[in-house]
Design a protein around this ligand. Structure first.
Ligand SMILES: [Zn+2]
Ligand SMILES: [Zn+2]
Length: 148
């Protein structure tokens, strides 16, 4: 009996020191310009240019977004609203119709609600998600920010 003390710990291979060799470029480059259909969609639309059927569907999805709870409902509704309006859903998944449609110059732009320069004209109602917003152009030309 007795402990065998002759077992030596294995020495891991040491990383090579010095100058790593430059690797050649991969032969097959990742194709980043493969066609993506949605890239051709505009990033904004105009409510007045929509057909009545489109408006009804758009209103439906915006109302869904307005009342969406947590989870994917909001995003889903917003993406559908954007597509109904013939525009690409923005990365923010958040679009709005210019508030000037009802209370201003008549502008009916549908735009990415996270664009810089957007002015909030009214906060969201209780239990609703959507604030009233002016598009960047109207926000610049005749802003009506919330006054409290
Ligand atoms: Zn506007
Ligand atoms: Zn306006």
């Amino acid at each position: 009996m007795g402990y065998d003390s002759s077992i030596k710990p294995h020495t891991p291979p040491q990383p090579a020191e010095g100058h790593p060799q430059l690797q050649p470029e991969p032969a097959v480059a990742v194709m980043t310009h493969a066609s993506i259909p949605t890239i051709t969609l505009p990033t904004a639309s105009d409510y007045t240019s929509l057909t009545q059927a489109q408006r009804d569907a758009f209103d439906h999805w915006m109302k869904r977004a307005d009342h969406a709870g947590t989870g994917d409902d909001y995003r889903h509704a917003m993406d559908n609203a954007a597509h109904t309006a013939g525009m690409a859903a923005p990365a923010s998944h958040d679009i709005a119709v210019c508030d000037c449609l009802t209370e201003g110059c008549g502008c009916a732009a549908i735009f990415d609600a996270h664009e810089p320069g957007v002015v909030v004209t009214a906060p969201n109602a209780p239990d609703c998600n959507l604030s009233a917003l002016q598009c960047p152009d109207c926000s610049h030309d005749h802003p009506r920010p919330i006054t409290d």
